[in-house]
Write a protein that binds this ligand. Structure first.
Ligand code: PHE
Length: 504
């Protein structure tokens, strides 16, 4: 019988009496497991081998589990301290026992949560009793942890209820692996006895085979499209970047052009142009990141004068300014932008690309930086979807219509609008969407129509409606994340990054 080379080696290495695993065969032959699997399946098809699949479970200690092997389970430590303190005879104050146990921080909660469950005693109104019949040395969970640390127990030998507890407490992790065990069939033995030779099959067509014309005479190996292959993870765009790209496509499709500009910018562009008084609470270091760099020199003088005038005197005959200090020094200070509305100011003023005539539509999907407290919905930096439309006679309806059209493309059709206040827009409103998992109403953006006090100094004499939307919040609504840190930063699940796609 003639067989391709790998199949011959696998057949010769296999045994009729002693089942061998694919990984053992691969080791023995110095071949890759996926190559051996391919050959094994071919040989199985020819009836020369049998393959038995066996799924094995492995139970391993987690870091926390290992820690308790050293120090003892928190509830066991609590019990020993309670016995020591005489709690087998009468209730003892919880504080006293905890103090004596040496437990600290989260370990205290863990001890208390497991104490009564495991029959070590009762906890009632700040006092603790210890069950004289409990035996901490026979603690089922501790015993399994110790056995695992000692070099392992068979997953099958761990009592189901104990295992369930250990898994839910995150003290052990369970993983599965599939082994394929290979045995020679009678036909395989016969074939080997009669003699098996390596056939000259060619696995890959090469330029040499083509130029020499040899390809006409050789026998090509057949592809086995069912063979197991190693999963390969190539480079891939991060889901957040995919979403940003999709937002860009969507806005370009709606007729918008993209804005660009600096992440670190003069307060002038970030705040002053937006008619934000210099003593506004949002302009303190509590909210924004000021940079210790020289002040920005390059500001358009005329515009600075007009903005200062708007702040001091207001705009129009009935206008009124802020009766608070305004200095150019503050305006020239450089900050990390807290919103990309700084870009809108650069473009609307004509500073970025020259004077703009209505109608115009511009957007950016860029990072902004805020000195927020990190939590499930706030990051210190995030992506803002900035945008504005410049046209005659715009109204809130135009703004709502634009949002409805934009969010519809992401399957979000239940927008809610709430009146809001911004120093730079009037009217203003915030946008909300419903979280697909929790049903909670999540704020996803802020918007409005720019005030005269903003537009006049910029030299714009038609209407401008504008917004800043949070890209991460959009992703929370489309994918059902409850914590923004699930998509941003070091806690993001690797598997998720590998497999998740943003559908177009
Ligand atoms: N700058 C606002 C924010 O960051 C968004 C916004 C932009 C609102 C333009 C109105 C107009 O929340």
């Amino acid at each position: 019988m003639q067989l391709p080379g790998t199949q011959v080696s696998v057949l010769e290495a296999a045994s009729a009496t002693d089942a061998k695993s694919v990984s053992a065969l691969a080791d023995e032959l110095g071949a890759k497991p996926e190559t051996v699997v391919g050959a094994v399946f071919e040989l199985q098809d020819r009836g020369l081998l049998t393959v038995e699949e066996r799924t094995e479970e492995r139970v391993e200690l987690t870091g926390e589990g290992e820690g308790y092997v050293e120090s003892g389970l928190p509830e066991v430590r609590l019990y020993r301290a309670a016995v020591e303190a005489g709690a087998t005879a009468e209730p003892v104050s919880m504080g006293q026992v905890i103090g004596a146990s040496g437990l600290e921080g989260g370990a205290v909660d863990i001890a208390l949560a497991n104490y009564a469950r495991k029959g070590y005693g009762q906890i009632d109104s700040g006092e603790l009793t210890a069950n004289p019949d409990a035996d901490p040395d026979a603690d089922g969970e501790a015993t399994v942890l110790a056995a695992l640390a000692d070099g392992g127990v068979d997953a099958a030998d761990i009592e189901a209820s104990v295992r369930e507890q250990l898994v839910s407490r995150d003290l052990v992790s369970v993983s599965e692996s599939t082994e394929r065990l290979v045995t020679l069939t009678d036909a395989g033995v016969t074939a080997l006895m009669e003699g098996v030779e390596e056939s000259e099959t060619v696995g890959q067509l090469t330029p040499e085979l083509l130029t020499s014309g040899e390809w006409q005479d050789v026998e090509f190996a057949e592809y086995n499209v069912e063979a197991d292959a190693e999963t390969r993870y190539g480079g891939k765009k991060h889901i957040l970047r995919q979403t940003a790209d999709r937002v860009k496509d969507t806005l370009v499709g709606m007729g918008f052009q993209e804005m660009e500009g600096p992440h670190a910018d003069a307060e002038f562009w970030i705040n002053d142009c937006l008619f934000m008084p210099q003593d506004h609470p949002a302009r303190t270091h509590w909210d924004q990141f000021a940079l210790d760099v020289p002040p920005m020199q390059d500001l358009p003088e005329d515009l600075v004068a007009r903005v200062e005038d708007a702040h001091r005197n207001g705009v129009g005959p009935d206008g009124d300014g802020y009766h608070s200090p305004w200095t150019e020094d503050v305006a020239r200070g450089v900050d990390l932008r807290g919103h990309t509305t700084s870009l809108s100011m650069r473009y609307l003023s004509g500073h970025a690309v020259g004077e703009l005539e209505p109608p115009q539509r511009y957007f950016s999907v860029e990072k902004v930086y805020r000195n927020d407290t990190l939590d499930a919905t706030h990051l210190l930096e995030f992506f803002q979807i900035e945008g504005w439309v410049m046209a005659e006679d715009l109204s809130v309806r135009d703004l709502m219509g634009t949002f409805t059209e934009f969010y519809e493309q992401f399957g979000i059709t239940d927008l809610q609008f709430k009146p809001h206040y911004n120093p730079y827009t009037e009217p203003s409103f915030e946008l909300f969407g419903e979280h697909p998992e929790t049903g909670e109403i999540v704020e996803i953006g802020n918007s409005g129509i720019f005030r005269e006090e903003v537009l006049r100094p910029l030299g714009v004499d038609c209407d401008v409606m504008a917004w800043g939307l949070a890209l991460e919040r959009l992703l929370m609504l489309t994918h059902g994340f409850e914590d923004i840190r699930d998509v941003h930063g070091t806690l993001v699940d690797l598997d998720f990054l590998r497999t998740e796609e943003v559908v177009h």
